[in-house]
Ligand binder design. Structure first.
Ligand code: SF4
Length: 458
């Protein structure tokens, strides 16, 4: 789970990259980094924490140049330390190289072992570094050919931005798991995970970088190079539309808000409820709850309020425990809930622990009946393509039946959107990867099949 952004051919590129990362903060909050290139020299600054805390005017001034790239990271198995923060920067025979990666490589451990046997020395524990080594070892002539050869050896999910000297390259894996969009600004280009980053830097959306495509951007000159071998099918991540991407973004050609509303409308058709009001678990479920309300005619209310100032690590010394953590983040609006039969719409149900705490809150605020509706199917299997999810044993949908989950949550009724219903709601933008809901993985899980633990996502 990461956000990436790059700028080419625009003055003060690092400042724009910073703004882009600010817009992509929801994609990762543990580490952030920016690299800027001036006359072929790459300078990089990285820090743990949020973009706004890590960078200020003075630091950005230390990153001159018209080419820049940045990354915001949420760590998984690789650990949150600074050594795993990106951009990764290397000095190789073609010049300074910098790389940022969103996704997870499913043969990263196999490749790493092979490279280590050949003498490679790794600086980090993240899978992304494998790509740097493969580029540096390629015997092809040009950087573009070296990058293409390196990426052709990598399996799994990668949206990558790479600079070699002042030239920027952007690529997506042949399945197209993670989003990457291209924008135009002031004679230069901006490439980012989501269009919300283009909006904030004032760039105009041009198009998506296509699955398997490799772009070369030098200043204001853009070339689409011979790309990677096509996959048997495209498989953009449907979970980006369900939960991960920002609702004001467009990805895979779809408005995230409109997709979530369509999920909510379909949910209302499939899992109706007799109730006085409908509300969301804010914020990622707002659009789906609006869709449910539109379709069912049940009034939309604000029944839960989210505190936006809660840090990830907040633990009160005297008030630990599951429910307290939920109460720190959410509060119920008694005036909306008292004596009412309510529909609560959530985007997905992963572990179910937060939902249990929310249901207690809602009942304590006086709701008479609680009908829980999930705007996606049960999550049955982990993701190996770049979204951080718990193990199969921790996924409530893989361990319990719908009736058992209803009892565990303490709700009057529980209803999920069907897999067919979810896909049909956004059919014009698919086909999608739906492996966490179906167990059908489109790209081979090579490390896992060879007995390695799942890799850290970049
Ligand atoms: Fe997205 Fe789920 Fe596929 Fe992972 S497994 S890429 S979260 S749809």
């Amino acid at each position: 789970m990461c956000g990436i952004v790059a700028v080419s051919g625009i003055d003060h590129a690092a400042e724009l990259t910073f703004l882009g990362l600010y817009a992509l903060q929801h994609r990762g909050q543990e580490a952030v980094g920016i690299c800027a290139v001036e006359d072929g020299t790459a300078r990089v600054l990285k820090a743990t924490g949020l973009a706004a805390d890590a960078f200020d005017d003075e630091k950005l001034k230390r990153l001159p140049g018209r080419t820049s790239l940045g990354h915001t990271r949420y760590s998984t198995a690789g650990g949150p330390g600074l050594e795993n923060a990106q951009p990764l920067v290397a000095r190789y025979h073609q010049g300074d190289l910098a790389l940022v990666h969103n996704g997870t490589i499913t043969n990263g451990q196999v490749l790493r072992e092979e490279l280590v046997r050949e003498g490679a020395i790794f600086q980090s524990t993240i899978d992304s570094e494998v790509i740097v080594h493969l580029i540096a070892r390629s015997r092809r002539e040009t950087p573009a050919e070296q990058i293409a050869e390196a990426l052709s050896r990598v399996v799994g999910a990668f949206s990558v931005l790479i600079t070699v000297g002042d030239v920027l390259y952007a690529a997506r894996d042949p399945w197209g798991f993670r989003p990457l969009v291209l924008g135009r600004k002031a004679g230069g280009y901006v490439v980012a995970s989501e269009t919300c980053a283009l909006d904030l830097v004032g760039a105009t959306y041009v198009r998506d970088v296509e699955p398997g495509e490799l772009l070369r951007i030098e200043g204001d000159r853009l070339e689409s190079l011979p790309g990677l071998e096509p996959a048997s099918r495209k498989a953009p991540c449907i979970f980006e539309l369900v939960y991960f991407a920002r609702p004001d973004s467009r990805i895979w050609g779809a408005s995230v808000d409109r997709a979530r509303r369509a999920f909510g409308r379909q949910l209302a058709k499939e899992q109706p409820a007799d109730a006085d009001c409908v509300f969301s678990v804010p914020d990622s479920s707002n659009s789906a709850a609006l869709g449910f309300s539109e379709e069912s005619g049940i009034p939309f209310e604000l029944g839960l309020i989210r505190n936006h100032y809660v840090g990830r690590t907040f633990i009160h010394p005297t008030q630990e425990g599951r429910d307290f953590r939920v109460r720190i983040k959410y509060n119920a609006v008694r005036e909306v809930l008292e004596g009412k039969r309510v529909v609560v719409v959530d985007d997905s149900l992963v572990r179910g622990t937060t939902s249990r705490g929310l249901v207690s809150l809602i009942r304590e605020a006086g709701a008479k009946e609680v009908h829980f509706r999930i705007a996606s199917p049960p999550v049955l299997s982990p993701c190996y393509y770049g979204i951080d999810m718990p193990t199969k044993e921790e996924l409530i949908g893989s361990q319990l039946s719908v009736d058992e989950i209803r009892d565990r949550l303490g709700v009057d009724s529980l209803g999920y959107l069907s897999l067919e219903g979810m896909e049909s709601a956004v059919a014009e933008f698919g086909p999608f990867c739906n492996a966490c809901f179906s167990g059908r993985y489109p790209a081979p899980l090579i490390d896992l099949e060879r007995g390695y633990a799942a890799a850290s996502c970049g």
